[in-house]
Ligand binder design. Structure first.
Ligand SMILES: Nc1ncnc2c1ncn2[C@@H]1O[C@H](COP(=O)(O)OP(=O)(O)OP(=O)(O)O)[C@@H](O)[C@H]1O
Length: 249
């Protein structure tokens, strides 16, 4: 049976991300060098790698912000740049910025409306309270502290209850009490997660699986419990991950 672009086969509904042989070069740099990634629906995956390993480029390609030179990417069976894929995705870039000419509340209202958010007003009130932004709701983003701006960007990326949250360093700049609230909220979200981070404690709390990139290649993939076993009770998980990052095939 032929499926229309806006329909999903039962197999597609079980696979959030299918990425095959993806290559992206910048001049002579192979930022992403033949990467295959498959993420199941509701799976929570951390993307790890040294500076320049290709994490942000990979995430930008998956989110539909950047086209690969070659290879195939599908989000629940759809091309990342399609309207269908965009409905699934909640993307928080590393250098996220809200609309600078809109207030905190106006940003939430605008993005929430564009993303066709159900119960938008309730969602706005919820995030203003949860993230401690209520006192600042009339302020423009440039008058906020870096951390409060990050809180707003985080809320904007998940206001529409995305089925697939793709996040580059989501807890950057957040104070510890807010980090705890965000951890709790993410735990309750019924969503697939792909999170790029340098902080292993964040990967361990937010995800159950790890993919390690090095020089644009996938060099390791496995459960966090497997990483913990590799420590043999003597090494730190950070030292194990550092070793794995050096293994370029
Ligand atoms: N727009 C661009 N133009 C040229 N080179 C780029 C561009 N974006 C990324 N690169 C290069 O591609 C490689 C991968 O960069 P990327 O930002 O994906 O790495 P990363 O793993 O996210 O690094 P970090 O942990 O430092 O954020 C690097 O060598 C980087 O210099």
């Amino acid at each position: 049976m032929m499926l229309q672009e806006n329909q999903m086969s039962s197999e597609d509904s079980l696979i959030a991300l299918r990425m095959e042989s993806v290559v992206k070069t910048f001049g002579t740099v192979r930022a992403v060098d033949g990467v295959d990634i498959q993420i199941k629906d509701r799976e929570r995956v951390a993307l790890l790698g040294e500076n320049g390993a290709g994490k942000s480029t990979t995430i930008r390609i998956i989110s539909g912000l950047m086209k690969p030179d070659s290879g195939m990417v599908r989000i629940y069976g759809h091309r990342p740049s399609s309207i269908e894929a965009k409905r699934y995705i909640g993307y928080l870039p590393e250098d996220a910025s809200p609309y600078l000419n809109l207030s905190v509340r106006e940003n939430l209202e605008y993005i929430g409306t564009i993303r066709r958010t159900e119960n938008l007003q309730d969602r706005i009130e919820f995030f203003l309270d949860m993230l401690g932004l209520r006192e600042m709701e009339k302020q423009k983003p440039l008058t906020l502290s870096r951390g409060n701006r990050q809180k707003l960007c985080l809320a904007l990326s998940i206001i529409h209850q995305p089925r697939f949250a793709i996040m580059d360093e989501p807890l950057n700049y957040l104070d510890i009490p807010t980090q705890e609230k965000v951890f709790e909220y993410f735990e309750k979200m019924n969503a697939t997660f792909l999170v790029s981070t340098h902080i292993l404690s964040i990967a361990r709390r937010l995800t159950s699986k790890v993919i390690i990139l090095s020089s644009g290649k996938k060099v390791w993939e496995g459960q966090i419990t497997e990483l913990e076993e590799l420590t043999e009770g003597t090494k730190t998980i950070e030292s194990i991950v550092s070793e794995l990052m050096k293994h370029v095939s």
